[in-house]
Ligand binder design. Structure first.
Ligand SMILES: NC(=O)c1ccc[n+]([C@@H]2O[C@H](COP(=O)([O-])OP(=O)(O)OC[C@H]3O[C@@H](n4cnc5c(N)ncnc54)[C@H](OP(=O)(O)O)[C@@H]3O)[C@@H](O)[C@H]2O)c1
Length: 330
């Protein structure tokens, strides 16, 4: 399990800007379970964050100094600014993860980092492109009270699912899923027998299972899939802190028996289509069809501790940490 003591808070003076550079004061940083993988050694879909480097993270910040015509002082921008109070951006060499982007029109920093950020886009493209939900489908979502899962469940409803069932840890989250998000049912994996409860809620089988968790929950879903069902392998947070990959999934041959498809994806492959997703998400939010929930902690000292909340399940919706308030001049 990742620990607070794996991180160190280091102070150093800011350097003067060179031509083409700008300095951003970070207002809010976002947390993703994938960051746990980024600090492992070895190949992945992004290079690992090395020991002693600033932790990579998406953030919203305000430009406080600029030596580039592309960024104006006072402007609010978003990008991979990392776990730090100030970030030096070089607009001539933005790097593989880009420099700084404007927020979607009218979006708050919280919305820019949640529903319009990595997790909202993951929900949108993962469900629609990989899950391919059809009108009348039964949709099951694990990690349903988290940032990605909560948006998936609501898009499933918008797309005409006949039933949407969420799996989450604890009565508070399960109540929130049914009472606030309007899901048809919620399964508390911490106190209920997940396989039996899926069967009870989805007696005709699950057409789309959007999996954020993996492990035993995936195995329980595999034996409850409908014929020609689709499993979206979004992530497997139940396994991210294990030193060795665990064997499984035990029930994978159900894919054959039930003629199902199980497919993974990485959201960055869809970045060229962000405007399409942002337009749909903005419309659904304005129509009141998507509730956006965020959990905002405070202070740079609390950043590692806030990251751990993802693994203990303390967060409801998107996990964020506020580092500073925007200057009124903006
Ligand atoms: N494929 C992609 O491109 C992509 C992009 C972004 C995210 N993801 C994946 O999407 C998933 C959700 O990410 P997120 O950012 O939206 O995080 P999140 O769901 O907001 O937060 C993580 C949640 O996972 C649950 N959890 C933690 N440990 C667990 C365990 N052992 N068993 C079951 N549930 C556990 C906790 O909820 P409970 O209280 O319910 O346990 C926690 O709140 C992750 O697997 C992430 O890696 C994939």
């Amino acid at each position: 399990m990742v620990k607070e003591s794996d991180f160190e808070l280091v102070e150093e003076p800011v350097t003067a800007l060179a031509e083409g550079q700008a300095r951003v004061r970070n207002l809010m940083v976002a947390f993703e379970p994938a960051m746990r993988g980024w600090i492992n050694e070895g190949e992945s879909y992004l290079p690992p964050v090395g020991i002693g480097e600033v932790m990579r993270a998406s953030a919203v910040g305000q430009v406080v100094e600029s030596a580039t015509p592309e960024l104006e002082v006072g402007e609010i921008v978003t990008g991979m600014f990392g776990w730090q109070e100030y970030t030096l951006l070089d607009m001539r060499q933005p790097g593989m993860l880009g420099g700084a982007n404007k927020l979607p029109p009218g979006a708050t920093p919280e919305q820019a980092l949640s529903v319009f950020g990595i997790t909202g886009l993951t929900a949108y493209f993962g469900l629609l492109e990989i899950g391919q939900p059809k009108e009348g489908d039964v949709v099951l979502v694990s990690g349903a009270a988290g940032a990605t899962g909560s948006v998936v469940a609501q898009i499933a409803r918008i797309k005409g699912a006949s039933k949407v069932v969420g799996i989450a840890g604890g009565p508070r989250k399960c109540r929130w899923l049914t009472e606030t998000l309007g899901l048809d049912a919620a399964i508390d994996y911490k106190s209920e027998e997940v396989g039996r409860r899926i069967k009870e809620e989805c007696p005709e089988g699950v057409d789309v299972f959007f999996d954020n968790v993996g492990g035993e929950i995936l195995d329980s879903a595999l034996v409850n899939m409908a014929q020609r069902g689709r499993i979206v392998l979004c992530g497997g947070i139940s396994r991210y802190n294990e030193a060795e990959p665990s064997p499984g999934p035990r029930n994978y041959l159900e894919l054959t028996v039930r003629r199902c498809r199980m497919e993974g994806f990485i959201v960055i492959d869809y970045f060229s289509r962000i405007p399409e997703a942002a337009a749909d998400l903005a419309k659904w939010i304005s129509e009141g069809k998507i509730v956006v929930e965020t959990d905002v902690q405070e202070g740079i000292e609390n950043v590692p501790r806030t990251f751990l909340r993802l693994f203990s399940g303390e967060n409801l919706g998107k996990q964020l940490c506020r580092l500073a308030e925007a200057s009124p001049a903006s």
